[in-house]
Design a protein around this ligand. Structure first.
Ligand SMILES: *Cc1c(COP(=O)(O)O)cnc(C)c1O
Length: 365
């Protein structure tokens, strides 16, 4: 927390706006819209997962439809596809950004069109805050007229060619879950292209109530709106967002210089200057033939010293729950999972923490 959040929460109490609507919800939406710039309208919701679900509904995804989704991601990117009774088709990553491979994406689209089943939407993810190759993905989405949904849950503050992640696709989604770069404890947002689509999202998020004095419903709705109390936390967090991005990038720089002369360890970084990552998490890849230890051995060593690190996301096409889904691509995501590690990356990491981490890693080196 930055310090001012409680003031806004207090304000919500004092004005008795304890509801899933109110001035803080509107204010947080405005702050986000201003931060993202471009022509966007933002709807604050109960979670990033809810935002993805609404994006799929608004994209017209229905039962038995197919949706192309990056395999290397957190399960929340893919789960909402199944809420719609639709089928995820998973796409491999490329090595530069670790995100959706444009070549595998086009391959999948062509194969599915040839099978008489054109996919309804594409979900691309900016994983760990790293912008995907969004120019190429956008071009493919336009070429085949498929809705593009950008999962920007981990990438608030990241940019590609100066444009904020979450503003490229037909829909963008953000998350303010407790582990993200800013948080409302739980929460999310749907980034849309105009007010009309935003209004549809808010309508669905508030139980799809028709315009009538009584309670009348012509559609199935959801209880997905953000609480005005939590939006107060969000407004306070917006004041420290740039600071948090700076701190996360500082963590990344620390790991870059630490591993600079260590053979066999590669720190995940932007492939060119077009990419600006918020470095939500700092990650490394270990070539155990050179280092003499695997990523799992390093994780266990850190754990012994009471330092938490974690394997990279396990690709969705390798998850038991998605074992029957189609997959296009090679073994990029799989290799990343087998050889990678997320290192301590909190915005509150101190110099003393960094010294402890250095000492522990130096011992295994
Ligand atoms: C956190 C996250 C989500 C889901 O956000 P919630 O707010 O936790 O529902 C979706 N996609 C990715 C890549 C995430 O990291």
């Amino acid at each position: 927390m930055g310090g001012t959040e409680q003031k806004y929460v207090q304000e919500a109490f004092e004005t008795n706006w304890i509801a899933p609507l109110g001035p803080h919800v509107n204010g947080f939406e405005l702050d986000l819209k201003e931060y993202l710039k471009e022509d966007t309208e933002v709807a604050c919701l109960s979670s990033g997962t809810a935002a993805l679900h609404l994006a799929l509904i608004l994209a017209g995804v229905k039962s038995k439809d197919e949706v192309l989704c990056q395999s290397f991601t957190f399960s929340a990117s893919a789960n909402p596809i199944t809420y719609q009774g639709a089928k995820p088709i998973f796409i491999d990553s490329e090595k530069d950004t670790w995100n959706m491979c444009p070549v595998a994406l086009e391959e999948a689209i062509l194969a599915r069109i040839a099978a008489g089943k054109k996919p309804k939407a594409i979900i691309v993810v900016h994983l760990y805050g790293m912008p995907a190759k969004i120019d190429e993905i956008l071009k493919i989405a336009k070429k085949y007229s498929i809705v593009l949904i950008e999962d920007s849950a981990e990438a608030l503050g990241s940019t590609y060619k100066g444009q904020k992640c979450g503003t490229f696709g037909d829909f963008g989604i953000l998350s303010f879950n407790g582990n993200k770069i800013i948080t409302t404890s739980g929460g999310g947002a749907l980034v849309t292209k105009n007010l009309e689509i935003k209004a549809k999202a808010v309508f669905l998020a508030t139980q799809a109530r028709d315009n009538a004095p009584h309670y009348q419903h012509s559609q199935i709705g959801y209880n997905y709106r953000m609480s005005n109390v939590l939006a107060g936390i969000g407004i306070g967090q917006m004041e420290v967002l740039d600071k948090h991005v700076e701190l996360r990038r500082k963590n990344h720089q620390f790991y870059e210089s630490f591993f600079n002369d260590v053979a066999g360890v590669t720190v995940f970084k932007e492939p060119t200057r077009d990419f600006f990552s918020n470095h939500w998490l700092s990650c490394i890849i270990i070539d155990s033939k050179i280092t003499g230890f695997t990523s799992e051995e390093l994780r266990l060593k850190l754990e012994k010293d009471n330092i938490e690190s974690r394997p990279l996301w396990k690709p969705m096409h390798l998850q038991p729950v998605f074992k029957d889904c189609q997959y296009f691509g090679g073994n990029v995501a799989e290799t990343l999972f087998e050889t990678g590690l997320c290192l301590p990356s909190g915005s509150n990491l101190t110099d003393i923490d960094r010294e402890r981490i250095s000492k522990s890693i130096r011992e295994i080196l």
